[in-house]
Design a binder for this molecule. Structure first.
Ligand code: T4K
Length: 377
């Protein structure tokens, strides 16, 4: 019998006994969406948990990002990173904005702030950095540049739920931060997302924008969209929130086991935990270096043959997608990382057995290359 599939991530199970009464309450109230009681409660509890003042829930992170750009009135060109998920630049195209990519840091995964100023033109109105894998972008330097040039900063914080940096929420950086609550994220509502906002007026505007622009029954103040989170999603969020600290701690235990196990394998470099940061252990990114006996893609295939679905987040670079490709541009650091990255499975209930299967695969690859392998071919 073939072994169970191990996926790169898996949603943590909420207390299902608590779900039934919540569902009954939703049905009894008759309000399934459009700002019901669970929506309001989740907004309040998330503000409290994340340590932010204003938050607006969304049906997913991508619509939240599209709406954030609308809310800030961003036009023309936006400086962003090529090392991200498709949603980041796609949100720009959906707003008829031009992404201008700058490379990532030589020793990291986030936008290289020292490259931003050279990319600014008279058309630039905003910077859209990503806190890749939940590791903080260089927020102080990005803000300094933005202030100097009068630019908006919208953070794609899809990976950065609950991350704190230098003792405050990372989500406080910039004008707006965008969260994703997709099934694959540390905190999920099946699909979902949120915007973290700086003031009451922007929160009000965003709330109108996600509800077609309705300010009341007869007044439409902007060409809004339908970005509302429904009551079922919100109820799931409340259940997830009850155990989020436990989930993050469990992820941390898994990450630290990887640190110990990978320390003995030459040619595999697990990302260091970010400094001065209370991180969320959302991803487990490893760089497969030249000393490793096989290439990243061979290792990826080996894992897949053993039903372990590791992922190459983020390969290919979004700047190589046909709608963004520019043959005159080359992002040296991002390209090098995209060729070497492999994200290993991490989730709160990754079992000892499954962890052992993952490490066994790595050890077997090394042993095969040194002729020490004694397992089944
Ligand atoms: N910005 C950034 C930087 C992002 O990374 C994302 C999303 C966004 C913006 C947009 O946020 P949302 O609009 O999604 O809220 C996945 C996710 O779909 C996507 O949310 C995420 N980033 C991206 C990094 O990963 P795929 O194409 O890799 O998904 P998929 O279906 O291949 O799933 C990956 C693995 O996760 C599967 O092998 C199994 C596991 N999985 C997946 C699903 C859907 C589960 O265990 N349960 C599930 O329900 O994009």
């Amino acid at each position: 019998m073939s072994e169970d599939l191990i996926t790169v991530t898996r949603p943590s199970l909420p207390d299902l006994e608590k779900l039934q009464p919540l569902l009954e309450e939703i049905w009894k109230s008759g309000r399934l969406t459009n700002g019901g009681r669970f929506h309001e409660e989740l907004e309040a509890r998330l503000c409290d948990y994340l340590g932010v003042e204003y938050l607006s829930l969304f049906t997913n992170g991508t619509i939240a990002l599209v709406t954030a750009l609308q809310a800030m009135g961003v036009t023309g060109e936006v400086i962003t990173t090529p090392y991200t998920f498709a949603a980041t630049p796609h949100a720009l195209l959906w707003n008829k904005l031009k992404p201008v990519f700058v490379d990532i840091e030589p020793d990291g995964f986030n936008m290289d702030a020292s490259k931003i100023e050279a990319a600014i033109t008279p058309e630039t109105t905003a910077i859209l950095p990503v806190h890749c894998y939940g590791t903080p972008a260089n927020v102080s330097e990005i803000q300094r540049i933005a202030d100097l040039h009068g630019l908006h900063v919208i953070y794609d914080a899809a990976h950065a739920f609950a991350v704190r940096h230098k003792h405050s929420s990372l989500l406080d950086a910039g004008d707006i931060s965008v969260l994703s609550f997709h099934a694959t994220k540390v905190f999920n509502t099946f699909e979902g997302g949120a915007l973290i906002l700086k003031d009451k007026e922007t929160k009000q505007r965003v709330d109108y924008l996600k509800n077609f622009g309705f300010a009341n029954e007869t007044t439409v103040v902007a060409p809004g969209i339908n970005g509302k989170m429904n009551e079922f999603q919100a109820a799931l969020g409340l259940l997830q929130l009850d155990k989020i600290d436990e989930d993050i701690l469990a992820r941390r235990r898994v990450y630290r086991k990887y640190q110990a196990a990978l320390a003995g394998i030459a040619g595999l470099k697990l990302m260091d935990e970010p400094l001065d940061t209370q991180w969320n252990y959302s991803y487990c990114p490893v760089l497969v270096q030249d000393e490793f006996p096989v290439s990243r893609d061979e290792l990826y295939d080996d894992f897949r043959e053993r039903r372990i679905l590791v992922r190459r987040y983020f390969y290919p670079l979004v700047s190589d997608f046909p709608m963004y490709f520019d043959s005159s541009a080359f992002y040296k650091c991002a390209s090098s990382v995209a060729e070497r990255i492999l994200c290993l499975p991490i989730y709160s209930d990754l079992s000892e057995q499954d962890f052992a299967r993952i490490i066994e695969c790595l050890n077997d690859v090394v042993d095969k290359s040194t002729g020490r392998y004694r397992g089944k071919e």
